[in-house]
Design a protein around this ligand. Structure first.
Ligand SMILES: [Zn+2]
Length: 413
């Protein structure tokens, strides 16, 4: 394959952006907390809009609060290539998960404009809203854009007393009843590319610089509620208790056994448990937790769901509600190849690998948009933590591969 001439991205400028954005919502020892549509997230978006405008992008915020920067190119009938990721974080998260994809895309735009390159399609850089499931199922913005929200999910908050996505969207100045207006025809997109930190240790442990993602894992999530009866912790004898936590507890160790027995590559997690009323001197009257399983294989996730449902059905006071059932999604082979070629042309080592984490890319891929993902290693594979870290050179490598992939696609178009 003949390599095209590709200008160099400015790694210092990209790093300065990452560090500047990483100050918004940062607290010493606690990392970055910029959960979707929180005040910190809104401040981050405002900062991004300023950066987009500076770079010459036309900016709009759609009905799902996705921030879209557009570099128009020629007649309106041309195709569209989108680059993106998310600026929202988990509580006490890092400075790279999501941010790298958006800011590297911005850096690509600056480099393209700086070099006077004309693209044969319109280019969009998108910051998708609530990738990290601050309210309910996550990847809300990208699914809204692809018309893949389920009924009532915007009104449902996973944590009692916390605002729902709909409430927070209203606070951000958008009408949740009009979220349908964020929907776009997947056919509008020639392709979608996302650069992201790996959030695992495979690249680092193998000393590889770039991952060309082959597929994104499927995620099934269920909200399980176990009802007991609240009672005084001092005066209620053990024999007269209906303790919701004690009823729920065996499942916490059963789930990993079920998962391991089914498929060594599947993972299952209970990462959120709530007790009600949640006081040290009250026997828990209700226990609520989220069961999550992830696999490339839909059949394995369905199997786990059925085992969980059967377990709950045999017990008194158990209820299982579906939060999310998202299938594993393959990336587009031509884009996987383009990414691998781009890495090789940049003299960077590259392997093909699946993604065990969910991403906005999945929403677009599931809707039929040809999708490619580029991974760069992160220190010890740690993510969703204040300890999340990448080196400036790793950010620059990812960004340069993103730009080269884009320009290789231009020459193949
Ligand atoms: Zn992410």
């Amino acid at each position: 394959m003949k390599s095209v001439t590709v200008p160099r991205i400015n790694g210092d400028r990209l790093w300065a952006d990452l560090m500047a954005l990483g100050e918004i919502g940062f607290a010493p020892g606690c990392g970055v907390t910029r959960t979707a549509l929180s005040d910190a997230d809104l401040a981050g978006r405002e900062w991004l809009v300023g950066k987009f405008r500076e770079a010459g992008l036309e900016v709009r915020t759609d009905a799902a609060c996705n921030v879209i920067g557009r570099l128009g190119s020629g007649p309106s009938g041309m195709g569209l290539v989108a680059l993106g990721s998310h600026l929202d974080t988990v509580p006490q998260g890092g400075k790279f998960d999501g941010m790298l994809g958006v800011l590297a895309a911005l850096e690509c735009v600056r480099t393209i404009r700086g070099a006077g390159i004309q693209l044969p399609w319109h280019l969009e850089v998108i910051n998708f809203t609530d990738e990290e499931a601050a309210h309910n199922a996550g990847t809300v913005g990208s699914r809204a854009m692809m018309g893949d929200l389920s009924d009532g999910e915007l009104e449902k908050s996973l944590k009692e007393g916390r605002p729902s996505f709909a409430e927070d969207l209203r606070k951000a100045g958008k009408d949740p009843a009009r979220i349908g207006e964020a929907r776009r025809d997947p056919a509008e997109f020639s392709c979608y590319l996302e650069l992201h930190i790996e959030q695992g240790a495979r690249l680092e442990s193998q000393g590889v610089q770039i991952g060309a993602v082959t597929a994104i894992v499927g995620i099934y999530r269920y909200l399980v509620t176990v009802e007991g009866e609240p009672a005084h912790a001092g005066t209620t004898p053990m024999t007269l208790r209906n303790d919701a936590l004690v009823k729920a507890a065996p499942l916490f160790t059963l789930l990993p056994e079920w998962v391991k027995a089914r498929d060594p590559e599947m993972v299952g997690t209970i990462g959120q448990v709530e007790l009600f009323p949640g006081a040290t001197n009250v026997v828990p009257g209700r226990c609520r937790f989220v069961v999550e399983v992830r696999s490339q294989r839909t059949a394995d996730m369905i199997y786990l769901r059925e085992v969980l449902k059967a377990y709950a059905a045999r017990r008194e006071g158990w209820r299982v509600e579906t939060i999310l059932e998202k299938e594993g999604t393959p990336c587009a082979e031509p884009l996987i190849l383009a990414i691998a070629d781009a890495a090789a042309a940049e003299g960077l080592s590259c392997i093909r690998m699946p993604s065990g984490a969910g991403h906005d890319a999945q929403s677009l891929a599931a809707a039929g948009v040809p999708t490619g993902m580029i991974f760069v290693p992160c220190r010890r594979g740690v993510s969703h933590s204040p300890e999340e870290w990448i080196e400036p050179a790793q950010a620059a490598h990812g960004c340069q591969v993103l730009l080269r992939t884009l320009l290789e696609l231009r020459d193949r178009a």
